[in-house]
Design a protein. Structure first.
Length: 621
């Protein structure tokens, strides 16, 4: 591959860039909106910028004037009028020395004041930036929590994590440094231009001769860099997504010996990010040195033209010194703009992705003036319900499903995998919305009820138990302060979880690692039962809750569940038919429809689907 092909490959978009949805709004304008609560601090920082810029402009003038007045004894007026004049010796020498000391004191005072103002401004800006990032991260996480399950079904976890961490942190630089520095550099350039023109318009014209070239170069850099930094953020997201998924599934990778293949896949994504970073470096590596070269050329122009003017006695040596210092200071903001553009473009790319997520609307809209029931009793009705996860008619999961569960009644759903049993459970909690029909709780359509009230009335135990890092008590309480330690212990005893908790050294304060990896499957399931029961639900849902439990643990749970079902509407999904024989009613699902309904004995007597499933399990024992 020759050099031209390598360069083309660096700038060729990858799959991530083609699939990425770009933000269509104006991210910078929206970012500025986050300054509104902090506008007083921001305007104070802008005032400090004016003071700092004024001090920076004064410093060269202090030295330049000292050179003219106390070292060479020249001024522009005396040079233009009669050429050079020398100061008298003796007392004049002492006066000049005193003047130099005075100028040095003024310069030192300016430096000290600069240090104090810079420190104050830095503290204010960093605090403001952290406050904004804190608020933005909270806003983003709150919005993510409001999104429906369909969003999490289709969005990789690593992508969401990147939005909440890397992308939000990239925004911090905008508020902590970039905005104020941009203002500072603009004010500094304008101030320098005004003073240079007032000192000597001709020298100022020589100084500004390269400005059009700088302006064109900056515009081209801005156009190229924005796309470059957007690609970097996209590929970083892809890498984080890969890591999140594969670190979670590392056990599967090692079981099937796919370490080398997965490493090769990681290496490709890592190489893709490396190429994007190298492309970013190339863009910056061209702009910054070119600006520096132009500043050197401008300095040479001033040295030649200014030196000639000094020799011809057209300007003083102090004025030449001021121009040399100012021309360096004039190009410093332009060079800083290169670094600021790097950070700014990266932050804008991050902001585009953050605002794209913030603008993602939940599939289930928020209820307007939801109806609040005095207390949910637990009656559940499905009225000719049709449901599809994709919304397409050819993908119906539930087809014309109708049933009623009375308060306090226990009902079980059985059927082959994919029959629609778990979908019914998801619909009761309104994690998805149906396409046809109606679902009612206590006679009210759940689309008119508060989702918060519905879900607080339901406790659900799933087959795959998720435990959070912390301790046992926090995993049962889930930050519900109304659940006391006594209630936690009582719930644990009810489901027999206390049998193993009491043997732990710290009991309910025992450490729980990520996903509860140090506990057995049965112990995790018992903790999930204690969690569900601690919330004292009106509706208890068990979704394959005994699938990963040994026979002895299952017997413990069955004893607890039989007591807890009293006074609660209980819904079970189970493949082990032995666990549901005591239910008031069993509904048999087949291809999204209810095919049979009745008690265990009634269904066996019908010689239908349920009896075949029961006999099949008997033969497998």
């Amino acid at each position: 591959m020759n050099l031209r092909e390598k360069l083309m490959d660096l700038f060729r978009p990858q799959d991530e860039e083609r699939q990425d949805i770009h933000y269509r709004g104006k991210p910078m304008r929206r970012l500025i909106g986050y300054l509104k609560p902090h506008r007083k601090v921001f305007f104070l920082c802008l005032l400090l910028v004016l003071l700092l810029t004024g001090l920076e402009l004064v410093r060269p003038m202090i030295i330049g004037n000292a050179i003219d007045q106390f070292i060479t004894g020249e001024t522009n007026e005396t040079v233009l009028a009669s050429g050079r004049e020398h100061w008298e010796a003796g007392e004049q020498a002492e006066a000049r020395f005193a003047g130099v000391l005075k100028a040095a004191g003024l310069y030192l005072a300016a430096l000290l004041l600069l240090m104090i103002l810079n420190r104050t401004q830095t503290i204010l800006l960093q605090r403001m930036g952290q406050d904004i990032v804190y608020d933005m991260r909270n806003e983003l996480f709150t919005h993510v929590e409001s999104l429906t399950m369909r969003f999490f079904d289709t969005t990789p976890v690593g992508k969401i994590v990147t939005r909440l961490t890397n992308d939000v942190e990239a925004i911090n630089e905008v508020f902590a440094n970039i905005l104020v520095k941009l203002f500072r550099n603009v004010v500094k350039m304008i101030g320098l231009a005004v003073i240079m023109i007032s000192l000597n318009p001709r020298m100022a014209l020589y100084s500004f001769i390269l400005i059009p070239v700088v302006a064109v170069l900056t515009l081209v850099f801005r156009m190229i860099s924005r796309k470059t930094y957007r690609i970097v953020r996209t590929r970083l997201t892809a890498l984080n997504t890969f890591l999140s998924e594969h670190l979670s599934g590392m056990k599967v990778i090692q079981i099937f010996g796919r370490e080398q293949r997965k490493f090769e896949e990681f290496e490709r994504k890592n190489g893709s990010l490396y190429q994007a970073g190298f492309r970013e470096m190339m863009v910056f590596a061209v702009f910054r040195p070119f600006i520096y070269l132009l500043s050197v050329v401008a300095l040479m122009i001033i040295m030649v033209t200014g030196g000639t003017a000094v020799l011809k006695a057209e300007i003083t040596l102090g004025t030449l010194y001021i121009f040399l210092q100012y021309i360096n200071s004039f190009f410093e903001p332009i060079q800083e703009l290169a670094e600021q553009f790097t950070t700014l473009q990266s932050a804008i790319s991050a902001a585009e992705k953050i605002f794209t997520l913030l603008d993602t609307e939940p599939d289930i809209p928020a209820e307007e003036n939801p109806r609040l029931l005095p207390e949910i009793q637990g009656k559940i009705e499905f009225d000719h319900v049709w449901f599809s996860y994709t919304g397409k008619e050819e993908d119906w999961v539930l087809k014309d499903v109708s049933f009623t569960i009375e308060p306090g009644q226990s009902v079980a759903f059985v059927g082959a995998t994919g029959a629609g049993k778990s979908s019914i459970l998801n619909l009761i909690g309104r994690y998805y919305d149906i396409q046809k029909g109606a679902i009612r709780i206590d006679g009210v359509d759940i689309r008119n009820l508060s989702r918060e009230q519905i879900r607080r009335a339901i406790s659900q135990v799933q087959q795959d138990v998720f435990l959070f890092t912390g301790d046992i008590a926090s995993n049962i309480r889930l930050r519900e302060d109304s659940i006391t330690d006594q209630a936690i212990e009582e719930a644990s005893r009810e489901v027999n979880a206390a049998r193993f908790i009491d043997w732990l050294p710290n009991r309910y304060a025992s450490r729980v690692t990520e996903r509860g990896a140090t506990f057995s499957a049965g112990q995790r399931q018992l903790l999930s039962f204690a969690r569900a029961l601690a919330f004292d639900p009106k509706i208890l849902i068990l979704d394959e809750a005994t699938a990963n439990i040994d026979t002895e643990t299952e017997q413990w749970i069955q004893e607890a569940v039989s007591r807890l079902m009293k006074g609660r509407t209980s819904i079970m999904v189970a493949h082990r038919l032995s666990t549901i024989q005591r239910c008031d009613r069993i509904l048999v699902m087949h291809h999204g429809r209810i095919r049979e309904s009745g008690t265990h004995q009634e269904l066996l007597a019908r010689d239908g689907i349920y009896k075949k499933l029961y006999q099949l399990q008997l033969t497998q024992r």
